[in-house]
Every structure is written in C-alpha cells, then in structure tokens.
Design a protein around this ligand. Structure first.
Ligand code: CP
Length: 308
C-alpha cells in the first residue's frame, strides 16, 4: 500500500508531489463516500483524535471534526479560550495532559508560526497543522488545489493568481508550495505593502494591477484582509482597498475568458470581493468547503497508517 513520506502534516513545503498525489487519490474515494446516504466508514475506529484550537475557526475545526467522525474516530475538541491555558498552562503541558488520556493524533491551530513543528518533536502522536500564525495552512492548500483539479484537471502549466493580503497569509504560503509542486504557474497580486519583499525568490509573478492579473490567470484565489494581524496601517482604508484591489462583477465580466473564483473564507464581503462575485457561477467557494472534508479524511487516514 502507498504511504506518505511523513508521519506529520506540518506544511506543504516539506511534503512531496507524490504525497500530494496520494492525498488527492485517497480524497477522490472519500468524496464518493461522503456523498452516499451513509457517509461513514470504519477506517479509524481504534483512533482517538484531539482538535486543539488556540485561534478562532469555523470551517477548519468543523471540517476536521466531520472528517474524523466520518472515519469513525473518537474525537475530543479543545478550545484555548475555555481551557486551563487561561490559568497559565504551557502548550506542551496542555498537550501532554491530553495525550495522557491516550490520544493518537493531534490537529492543532496556533497563532505562533512553528508551534506544530515544536510539538511534533516533543510528542509521539501524529501532528496535523490546522494553521500556524502567518506560516502554513497545509490542508487549506490541499483542498484548494483539489478543487482546482476538479474543475481544470491536471494543474501543470495552469495559471493561478493569489490576491490580497499575501504578507499575513498562511494560506498563500501553503498554496504557493502546493501549486508549484503540481507544476502550476503562480502569481500574487495586492498592494505593495501586503506583498512580502522577497517573494519573487519563490518563483512567483508579482503584480499590483488587479485587472491585468485577472486577465493572466485561470483561477483567482482571493484572500481575506487579516486586520487582526495588522498592528500598523498597511493601506489607508478598507474603502480605498476595495476600490483598488477588490474584485467586482464588472471586472470579471470584462475579462477575455471565464476564470474560476475561490476564497478560503471567511469573506469580508464588499472588501476583497463583492457579494455578486462570491455568489456567482464562477465561484467555487462552497465546493472548496465540501472538498475540505474529503481531503482531511484522506490526510487523517494516511497519517494514521504512519502511527508508531
Ligand atoms: N479557511 C479557514 O481556515 O477558515 P477558518 O478560519 O474558519 O477555519
């Protein structure tokens, strides 16, 4: 049986194109499962998974929990805001206490880049990164690329543009690594202040012109402005941002070809895109969410086979 090259999913940077291909093929099977009347398989019946979230989440937390339940795993959910972290307990003490209750896998979201990597060196359980600060969000990139592949087939040579707040986005970093491993051409577009200075060294195209970039790409993956990570002003106002960098229906309708529109959510409607774009027939935003469950089932199933 084919297996992943890694025991943990910490980021896309450190996995191979073969790993991504295996995750997609496994997710194809699980997508068929979750569309059956009985959406559950017994694959992880003997596995206990803790979802440990130190940052807010709607999609990722629910999607992992559903994926785990569809695989018949036992699931415990931990939210830092209602835990003993508030009394000063460290990350490692918190996780070791959870593991003492015989937990096999940990899915963690944390505001500090590298927190899941630190954990993976200290504990025996498999660790899945559900987003670490501005660093990586590997399952988001996998579900994004899986959704593009569903619409476009092989992504080799396809042009994918990522719009918006690249500087603060773990989704952008993981998307760039994932799409390049799949042979796609990647561009980023946003205000100069929200594009990392050395991003060209990753081999991506850089533009500050939304209309030009929309005309270049096959897919527009539009990111949220992460005001919660912006302790200084990176642009004068949301109104000005939406005027110069927001995507509206007039822009889409004026393009020479029909492109696919994506957004990882949550959307700031009227800021990075207007509602008529988010809800248009070109938008696959809810397909991304549906595919997230199948992709996460695949990741958990494959990592469970790598348990010590
Ligand atoms: N896309 C994403 O990570 O959404 P949540 O923050 O709601 O999990």
């Amino acid at each position: 049986m084919a297996t992943l090259s890694t025991k943990h999913l910490l980021g896309i940077k450190n996995i191979t194109a073969e790993d991504i291909d295996l995750i997609f093929k496994t997710a194809d099977n699980f997508k068929e499962v979750i569309n059956r009347p009985i959406k559950k398989v017994p694959s992880l019946r003997d596995v206990t998974i803790a979802n440990i979230f130190f940052e807010n989440s709607t999609r990722t937390r629910i999607s992992f929990e559903l994926a785990e339940k569809r695989l018949s795993a036992d699931v415990v959910n931990f939210s830092a805001s209602s835990s003993s972290v508030k009394k000063g307990e460290t990350l490692l003490d918190t996780v070791n206490n959870i593991l003492a209750m015989k937990v096999d896998m940990v899915v963690m979201r944390h505001p500090s880049p590298g927190a899941p990597h630190f954990l993976s060196e200290k504990i025996g359980a498999n660790v899945v990164n559900a987003g670490d600060g501005t660093h990586e969000h590997p399952t988001q990139a996998l579900l994004d690329a899986f959704s593009m592949r569903e619409k476009l087939g092989n992504l080799k040579g396809k042009k994918i543009a990522i719009f918006g707040d690249i500087l603060h986005s773990r989704v952008a970093m993981s998307n760039i690594f994932c799409l390049q491993k799949l042979g796609a051409k990647v561009g980023v577009c946003g205000p100069p202040t929200l594009i990392p200075k050395h991003i060209k060294e990753l081999g991506v195209e850089v533009s500050h012109n939304v209309e030009e970039t929309l005309n270049w790409c096959d897919v527009a993956n539009v990111l949220r402005i992460q005001l919660e990570r912006q302790d200084i002003k990176f642009f004068p106002s949301l109104r000005e941002y939406s005027q110069y960098f927001g995507i509206d229906k007039k822009l889409l309708d004026g393009l020479k070809k029909e492109i696919i529109v994506m957004h990882p959510g949550p959307i700031n409607r009227g800021v990075e895109m207007t509602s008529d774009v988010a809800d248009s027939k070109q938008s696959i935003i809810l397909n991304q969410v549906e595919n997230g469950v199948a992709v996460r089932m695949a990741v958990l199933y494959l990592l469970a086979n790598k348990r010590d």
